[in-house]
Unconditional design. Structure first.
Length: 608
């Protein structure tokens, strides 16, 4: 307690009186009205003890109530001198904790001074407790703010928005007017980072990305190189002994004044610097827009150790978020590469469909985005999230992956007959021609040997006509077969002509009769639409099931979980006559419908 016995009372409401700490009185009845004692706490707060009689408490109760409204009662206590040793109803307007003691007038001076000293001790303890509670509350607020920042960083998937979020949250934490973020960048060939890339500024300036060498010359480069923090009170007063310096061109160009600065590295779990956070101009009032003159004045203060602790904690979270984001992008890039490689491998089995899956994916995504943007009409209620668009894209890219389970000769069958079967028919008809020619020549020679020489010319002309007619008929049959081999819709009559050809045969020595067209050849040539017979078409159609069985084996993330189902339905029809499930309109998703339309469109417009 600070003894003020040699001074006049700080605040005497009634009259000047001698302090109770006078060494002359031991035990006596006090005939004074009021005294005030003051003492200072460890952090400079003044505490007051008022010693006064009951009557003056009651006479000046409004004064004490005003003191309470000002908050002064937090650092003040009353010791009331009265014969009545209980708190009466008259004192009830005052807070109970304002009255420290009620003492009789005969209280010895030593005990009174001890009571005053105890009151000061109690107020010091109460004030220290309040200060600690305040610090604890602020710590809780800081933890809550950091937790909120961590949650925000953990949920942001867009890299550009993530960088902007990191910078804005960093500024809010330490009341910085502006700032920048730099990310470490490795050289194309790999190895340790050689530059940091400027990513974002928080001053709403038209700043483009640029590279800054990792060296000791620049402030950000120095932090990236050493991994050490920098806290600069005034960047224009950096000692010449420091290797780094501040470039004032930014301030000149943008009519700004940079004063205080805090720069800290973002470290990953390997303790490697993956970036730098640079904050400038700590403001007294974060929400106040400062003029250049105010920036030069006391509106801008230095960053504190507490600021560093908060920013360092957030920088750790930011580093984790950036690395997680980069890891997600790497995984997505890896998966994207796997998908593209798989599609390319499948389409390489059938060059005629090269690029089909990529085109279907582009058409599907474009259509979905167009539908999503409609504000009226029958599709106005159909909306797609980014995840649903990605689902549709991957389903479109992989919708024909099941063709890996289809035999290649069936997959690439361009005509109704396989090349080997067509070659066999070509050789057969070449043999038929030669056989017919040989047979006719033999008949001609036999007839000439028996005929009068005068008739030889006539016989020769006769057999020329027979040869021409026979060869023409054989050629017409062959051409009809080749025409029927093309993937067109044939008329019914064409099938009859093929049947008549199949009824013809040729005798092969040592083998016997061989039909012009074998049964399986006639069956394939009689295909009305396309090039596939029933068995082959079933095999081709099985690619949808193969696709689904393959896709369901992939442990898709939640946002891509519908890829197998979307791809599974791309050959279904609204009337239920599609395959493989035969489901109808209500069971076919909008994404599947979009992909089906894109698939059909590309098939109809393909060059082949």
């Amino acid at each position: 307690m600070q003894d003020t016995s040699d001074k006049k009372p700080v605040n005497c409401l009634i009259t000047d009186l001698a302090y109770l700490s006078s060494p002359h009185a031991r035990a006596r009845t006090y005939d004074w009205d009021i005294q005030e004692f003051t003492a200072q706490s460890t952090d400079g707060k003044n505490h007051r003890i008022w010693v006064l009689n009951k009557e003056h408490v009651l006479q000046n109760i409004q004064y004490f109530l005003k003191e309470i409204q000002r908050g002064s009662h937090l650092f003040s206590r009353l010791i009331i001198i009265t014969e009545d040793d209980s708190v009466t109803e008259d004192f009830k307007p005052l807070p109970a904790d304002l009255i420290f003691l009620i003492l009789p007038p005969t209280t010895p001076e030593k005990l009174l001074l001890q009571a005053i000293d105890n009151a000061f001790t109690l107020m010091n303890l109460e004030f220290e407790n309040m200060r600690l509670q305040s610090r604890l509350m602020m710590s809780h607020q800081d933890v809550r703010r950091l937790t909120d920042v961590g949650q925000a960083l953990a949920t942001e998937r867009d890299f550009g928005k993530l960088i902007e979020l990191i910078l804005n949250k960093a500024r809010e934490l330490v009341s910085a007017d502006g700032g920048s973020i730099y990310l470490s960048e490795k050289p194309p060939g790999g190895g340790n980072p050689t530059h940091i890339r400027f990513m974002r500024s928080a001053l709403m300036l038209d700043a483009h990305e640029f590279l800054l060498p990792i060296n000791r010359n620049s402030i950000a480069g120095y932090v990236a190189l050493t991994g050490a923090r920098l806290m600069i009170d005034d960047v224009y007063k950096i000692p010449e002994s420091e290797p780094y310096s501040f470039n004032p061109e930014f301030d000149k160009t943008h009519n700004y004044y940079t004063k205080s600065m805090m720069i800290i590295p973002m470290l990953n779990h390997h303790n490697e610097v993956i970036g730098v956070i640079q904050l400038i101009n700590r403001k007294k009032n974060f929400f106040k827009n400062l003029t250049v003159e105010e920036m030069k004045g006391d509106e801008v203060t230095s960053f504190s150790e507490k600021d560093y602790e908060l920013l360092a904690a957030m920088a750790g979270q930011a580093a984790v978020a950036i690395e997680n984001n980069a890891l997600i992008k790497e995984i997505e890039s890896l998966f994207e590469g796997f998908v593209k490689a798989s599609v390319t491998a499948i389409e390489s089995r059938d060059p005629t469909t090269s690029g089909h899956s990529f085109r279907v994916a582009d058409y599907s995504v474009t259509t979905a985005m167009f539908v999503d943007g409609l504000r009226d009409g029958i599709f106005e209620g159909i909306k797609f999230s980014r995840q649903q668009i990605r689902e549709l894209r991957y389903a479109s890219l992989l919708h024909d992956f099941g063709k890996v389970g289809v035999r290649e000769h069936v997959l690439v069958k361009a005509k109704k007959l396989y090349p080997a079967d067509q070659n066999l028919i070509e050789w057969r008809f070449a043999y038929i021609k030669k056989s017919f020619e040989a047979d006719l020549l033999a008949r001609k020679m036999d007839e000439i040997r028996l005929a009068d020489p005068a008739t030889w010319i006539m016989i020769d002309k006769k057999y020329e006509k027979l040869m021409s007619k026979g060869m023409k008929e054989i050629e017409e049959m062959f051409l009809a077969i080749m025409a029927a081999n093309e993937p067109t819709v044939l008329e019914e009559g064409s099938f009859d002509f093929l049947k008549k050809i199949a009824e013809k045969s040729i005798n092969v020595p040592g083998i016997g009769k061989i039909p012009f067209l074998k049964e399986n050849e006639l069956l394939n040539l009689s295909i009305r639409k396309g090039t596939l017979n029933l068995a082959e078409r079933k095999e081709i159609e099985s690619h949808v099931t193969h696709t689904y069985n393959f896709l369901v084996q992939i442990p898709w993330t939640k946002d891509l979980g519908n890829v197998p189902e979307i791809a599974h339905g791309h050959h279904e029809k609204l009337n239920g006559k599609g395959y493989p499930l035969g489901i109808n309109a209500p069971q076919i998703t909008v994404q599947t419908r979009i992909m089906t339309i894109a698939d059909i469109y590309d098939a109809l417009t393909a060059w082949d």
